[in-house]
Design a protein around this ligand. Structure first.
Ligand SMILES: [Zn+2]
Length: 172
């Protein structure tokens, strides 16, 4: 086990561990049609290993605005905030541009062991680790913890480190 569940994450920019919620930052972009995309969990400016030259945050661009929050504050209301974004009565219809990205970040913030287990998701799927199981079981803390500890975490630690980097570069 490399991470403390729901208290540590891999930064979507630099790939290094965010050691506590106080070091974290959540951010996403809003395009000119008010659609939300590029949800990410990153180091905040003070904790970024990339300083002083740069930081881990989204860079401003002409096409979108950036919405963000301290991760520790966001975690206290994460389910409320994320569900409000989904609720058409509050946020309007079709607010989310990339549902997979949104759901992935939702899971990373709310499902114990998911952040670490997702490193091995593709390999586990290819191996048939989830075959015959329903989706609820696949995302249960028991399954995710077992996946990390018994199946992939130890022998594939190096593999995991390189996968996490590829995952995050792909999401940007
Ligand atoms: Zn970072």
């Amino acid at each position: 086990m490399l991470l403390e569940p729901l208290k540590q994450w891999y930064c979507d920019e630099c790939g290094q561990v965010i050691k506590s919620p106080e070091e974290g930052w959540i951010e996403w972009r809003q395009d000119k049609n008010k659609k939300l995309f590029a949800f990410r969990i990153v180091h905040n400016r003070l904790a970024s290993p990339l300083k002083p030259q740069r930081n881990c945050n989204h860079k401003p661009d002409e096409e979108s605005s950036i919405l963000d929050s301290h991760l520790d504050a966001f975690l206290e209301v994460a389910q409320i905030e994320l569900l409000n974004i989904l609720d058409p009565a509050i946020s309007g219809i079709d607010k989310i541009k990339d549902f997979h990205n949104f759901v992935d970040v939702f899971r990373r913030l709310t499902l114990a062991y998911y952040e670490e287990a997702r490193l091995y998701w593709e390999a586990a799927t290819a191996d048939g680790y989830f075959s015959g199981e329903n989706e609820t079981f696949a995302y249960s803390p028991y399954t995710l913890k077992r996946l990390i500890e018994q199946k992939y975490g130890d022998q594939n630690w190096q593999l995991g480190s390189s996968i996490v980097y590829q995952l995050y570069r792909r999401d940007i």
